[in-house]
Design a protein around this ligand. Structure first.
Ligand code: NAP
Length: 313
């Protein structure tokens, strides 16, 4: 008894084929919900091949009495009921070693898209505006102070890349990191106050919910740029729209939103936003590596070996 519940179809498709080779695999999409899966199959399921964007609540765990592992495609665990997993002794594995560099690269892309107005520049030509005169000026990253909220795997990689551009990095995390050459700020308010660009890359938790509010945005200031690659739950979107409309910040580059795939109209309509559909890890190589890591964790659990990338929670 070691069946797998596959909760999404993975891309690249080879991941789906390789997952099926590990153990009998049941597609959630064939049933619509876990409750609708026949009881004898539910009882055989010991692993769920899931995704960071899918909820996994206590009722779902309850419906899978022999579940031992939720293998997550992604590093976010904000949609999983951790207390329920702990109570039922369900382990969680994420793809924590797969996507750090790729998400950091996209972040640099968003920083440049904001500071050099790359999306507006493209539109400037297509609309014929260039024939009427030059574009408004952007600003350099070199020499600017860039604040990073969340200084784990991805935050530290972003800092490394920004150094190459000659930016001065400061950061905020729950604790100061010994031996890093960057200034620490104990609160997001202090970080925003001292930053020209504020990058958000901390997990979505009750502690970080709506942490980027109107006050933080005002502190970032009228020439400030917000870049969110973490989770939509960290930014109070109504406050962001109001701050953009009032000119309290210069712009926002966002890969994540509170109610994905729905994006507030105020962010879509604003000429000061750059929007991406949660593509932080969305490259062929990274997604393949993530998929293989999901599979390897499940195979390890079935073989009674240690998980490759367990989440400590
Ligand atoms: P990580 O290595 O676990 O680092 C998380 C960092 O956030 C740590 O520095 C931690 O502080 C800090 N943090 C946690 N709670 C905090 C709080 N209340 N106040 C201040 N700092 C806090 O995680 P990671 O791999 O860098 O990933 C970070 C997040 O990025 C993920 O949880 C996920 O939601 C998001 N993400 C998004 C995408 C995308 O596609 N856009 C892709 C991957 C990940 P300490 O170091 O002091 O513990």
């Amino acid at each position: 008894m070691s069946d797998i519940l596959q909760m999404i179809t993975y891309d690249p498709a080879v991941i789906n084929e390789q997952l099926r080779a590990v153990a009998p695999t049941h597609q959630l999409s064939d049933y619509g919900s876990i409750d609708a899966i026949p009881a004898d199959i539910r009882e055989r399921i010991t692993a769920a091949a899931s995704s960071a964007t899918l909820p996994f609540d206590a009722a779902m765990m309850e419906a899978l009495p022999n579940l031992k592992l939720i293998s997550v495609y992604g590093v976010g665990y904000d949609k999983i009921d951790l207390a329920a997993a702990r109570a039922r002794d369900v382990a969680i594995a994420t793809t924590s070693t797969s996507l750090t560099e790729t998400v950091a690269e996209l972040t640099i892309g968003l920083v440049l898209a904001g500071s050099r107005q790359l999306i507006a520049a493209d539109q400037f030509i297509r609309s014929g505006d260039w024939l009427k005169g030059p574009m408004p000026l952007g600003f350099d990253i070199r020499g600017k102070t860039i604040g990073i909220f969340g200084f784990g795997r991805i935050g530290q990689k972003i800092a490394e890349l920004l150094e190459v551009f000659g930016a001065r990095v400061i950061y905020c995390a729950r604790s100061e990191k010994p031996g890093v050459p960057y200034g620490y700020r104990p609160t997001i308010e202090a970080l925003a106050e001292d930053s020209r660009i504020l990058i958000i890359i901390a997990p979505g938790t009750p502690d970080t919910f709506d942490i980027v509010n109107r006050d933080v945005l005002k502190r970032l200031g009228s020439d400030g740029l917000l870049v969110n690659v973490a989770r939509g739950s960290l930014v109070k979107e109504d406050d962001l729209i109001a701050a953009l409309e009032a000119g309290e910040i210069a712009g926002a580059c966002l890969d994540v939103f509170a109610q994905e795939p729905k994006v507030p109209q105020g962010l879509i309509d604003s000429p000061k936003t750059v929007l991406a559909p949660h593509i932080g890890s969305a490259t062929y190589e990274t997604r393949l590596h993530m998929g293989m890591t999901v599979i390897e964790n499940i195979a390890a659990m079935i073989a009674d070996k240690p998980l490759l990338t367990p989440l400590t929670f």
